[in-house]
Design a protein around this ligand. Structure first.
Ligand code: XLS
Ligand code: NI
Ligand code: NI
Length: 439
């Protein structure tokens, strides 16, 4: 069996003091944190597209990376080499899941019948590898944004024929996801949006997107898909305005169309910041609505306004993210590294360094979030902040036992109210620093 990364051995946990760049410093998969093994909290996944397909092309230049894996790109031999390289990569990284688009797995042609056959062939091949290695599928999805026919959207397209092609792609991607035992199925509405309202029938577009999702649920359940469907919100890019703008918008959409029983959200860190939120804001909104399903673990760049899909290294953000995950009692999905090496980090070793960075960052996030919760000071301060709702008039408010008339009388009697308790933001930030950096 050909080895694709011969210079790299299985990445092991060596601890924070190790200077070995090809070792984990914090991610120790069997270490128990907050009652569960790290690997079970985190369920890391490899994103097929970034890791095995993307070659460092950007808007102004071509490839810097070589992902040919010894075969001619665009052939089924290459598709299979990607499977082999991908499984070797995941085994060496100790990653137990992967995520894919239909178009990541095969070279697509202009004949959907050929694509269907190729997907059958490649999924047989992947299934064999999965059985040999125990690696599983986290989620699948259909790429309904790269092909030019989707320029006006997939579910939201103006062409009924293109809509049928989108549906046909979803059907097959669901078939393959079920065949590979995927835990979830994702809808990321890359082109489900608009450039200008002047030429857009927003109502029809929204209704049609929902129709496509309803058909997917109906078909998925029919063929035995028991997992969650996910919407992955994103405010823009490639469209100027995307319908699934952020968590709140997506949740409202799902409830409005009665899809909320079958769908949860897949929250991507970089999409959150593009929407003008923090990552933890989007996780909190999802969690409070019982909609937190899965995570696309990456990060954006605060001085760039697009989806840079960087590997996560911001430990503070990972800490707050893991706080939300621990509070949500876990995900139905996992942590998919929807992240790519920088264009200048083009070697195969860089692929490993990137995943080590991402996995260590989330391991630190998990360790810190657990410490934060166990320390209890932050949560105690939040309780104290809202303590006025525990007794007297506050208690009446939160038990729905008062009225505007009564509150008005209460206020008039007091004449004026004192300031609420201090928010103590800097004190809390200082405590977080202390918790994170203490041994
Ligand atoms: C793009 C999205 C995409 C989805 C899957 O911004 O993040 O990669 O995760 O289609
Ligand atoms: Ni993204
Ligand atoms: Ni994503």
């Amino acid at each position: 069996m050909k080895e694709y990364f011969p210079n790299i051995k299985k990445i092991k946990y060596e601890g924070a003091n190790s200077k070995n760049p090809l070792a984990f410093h914090y991610y120790d998969e069997n270490k128990v944190v907050a009652g569960k093994k790290m690997k079970d909290h985190l369920r890391f996944a490899m994103a097929w597209w970034h890791n095995l397909c993307a070659q460092g092309t950007d808007m102004f230049g071509t490839d810097t990376m070589d992902k040919s894996f010894g075969q001619k790109i665009g052939t089924m031999e290459h598709a299979k080499a990607k499977v082999d390289a991908g499984f070797e990569f995941m085994q060496k990284m100790g990653i137990h899941y992967f995520c894919f688009h239909d178009a990541d797995l095969i070279p697509e042609t202009n004949d959907i019948n050929v694509n269907y056959k190729r997907l059958d062939e490649i999924s047989d091949y992947i299934l064999k590898k999965m059985k040999q290695t125990g690696i599983k599928c986290l989620w699948g999805t259909a790429n309904m944004f790269s092909n030019p026919k989707f320029f006006a959207g997939a579910g939201s397209t103006s062409s009924a024929d293109v809509y049928a092609f989108a549906a046909a792609k979803v059907k097959k991607a669901l078939d393959i996801t079920v065949k590979l035992g995927g835990r979830g199925y994702v809808f990321w509405g890359g082109r489900e949006g608009y450039e200008h309202l002047l030429n857009t029938d927003m109502q029809l577009e929204l209704d049609n997107i929902a129709r496509l999702m309803k058909m997917a649920v109906k078909y998925g359940r029919k063929i035995g898909f028991k997992g969650d469907f996910y919407i992955e919100p994103k405010p823009k890019e490639p469209m100027k305005h995307q319908y699934d703008f952020d968590a709140s918008t997506a949740i409202n959409f799902l409830r409005h169309y009665g899809l909320d029983k079958d769908f949860k959200l897949n929250i991507e860190a970089n999409h959150a910041t593009l929407a003008g939120h923090t990552f933890e804001h989007e996780l909190r909104v999802s969690r409070l609505n019982n909609m937190l399903g899965s995570i696309d673990a990456n990060q954006g760049d605060p001085i760039l306004g697009w989806d840079t899909d960087e590997f996560p290294y911001d430990v503070y953000t990972a800490t707050m993210a893991m706080y939300e995950v621990l509070k949500s009692k876990g995900l139905t999905g996992g942590f998919n590294f929807d992240a790519k090496n920088r264009r200048g980090s083009y070697t195969h070793e860089d692929m490993f360094y990137a995943y080590i960075l991402g996995m260590d960052t989330y391991a630190l996030g998990l360790i810190n979030a657990d410490k934060l919760i166990k320390d209890g000071r932050i949560e105690k301060m939040i309780k104290e902040k809202y303590a006025s709702f525990n007794t007297g008039i506050g208690k009446k408010i939160v038990s729905d036992k008062t009225s505007l008339e009564e509150l008005s009388k209460y206020a008039c009697k007091m004449k004026d109210a004192k300031l609420p308790k201090s928010n103590h933001q800097e004190l809390m930030q200082s405590i977080v620093n202390q918790i994170i950096h203490s041994k």
